[in-house]
Write a protein that binds this ligand. Sequence first.
Ligand SMILES: [Zn+2]
Length: 283
Amino acid sequence: MIGPRNNYLLVVLDSCRFDSFVAANPHTILRLGALERRWSYASWTAPSHYNLLMGLLPHASPHNVYASEYYARDFANYAARLGTDDVQFKHLLPALYLPTFLKRKLGYRTHALMSLPVLNSATPLNRDFDSFTLMPTHNDMAAMLDRLRFDADQPLFYVLNVGETHYPFALPSEDPSAWPHISGVHGVFQHLDERMVGGKLVNAEEPVALDRAQLERLRTRQVEAVRYLDTVFERLFDLVPPNTYITVTADHGELFGEDGYFGHGPIQHDKVYEVPLVEGKLR
Ligand SMILES: [Zn+2]
């Protein structure tokens, strides 16, 4: 195997629905390549990131293919991502963990910058990372850019968990007192706030009345968050070295009232799995 030539950035837009991404039409991100509609393996943040860090990006839901064959084919795409001549799924054995493979077998420096507290450094995800940082606020990708360091002599892997696209879809410039306050479902939303800062989960047993107009406003806020993030990617693209391959995807989608669902997690619905994927190297 020829040594890696690329830095690799995996950017996860937390909760970003495929159709929110399409509606935002983020020109800068789309410079990386064609937008693909993919499916997350999990409906919420922790298991989805574990899967992503196993090296399995959201899948294409292929027909008439065994899972093992799909994994093998999908994993071969890391040859292009890393700039090596050959990468196979078996190279991940026995740990089956991308940071372990990159650090121990390919000599990468490995770093995680996470926005959501369920991805904090005490979790089992923090394995074979040179640094694993929970950002001070949940919604500031721009602050992550100041922490990126590249090295001409050693390839870098970064995973960035980006929170602007997560409830309450707030930009860093927005005063938290101006975040959505939904009458009627406020109790649930308060719990969602707690989940965001304290890891508590919504009480799924509690029936709530969902206000369509307010949910539509939240959907619009997610689209606006993607448009804003596109300007942050402009800065990101200016600062990454040319030998950097970038994957942009989401860990799961989000429900905005469809079939009586809000949010993500304990939900069985297409829209909680349908996610965007764009990747490539800047030319
Ligand atoms: Zn998430």
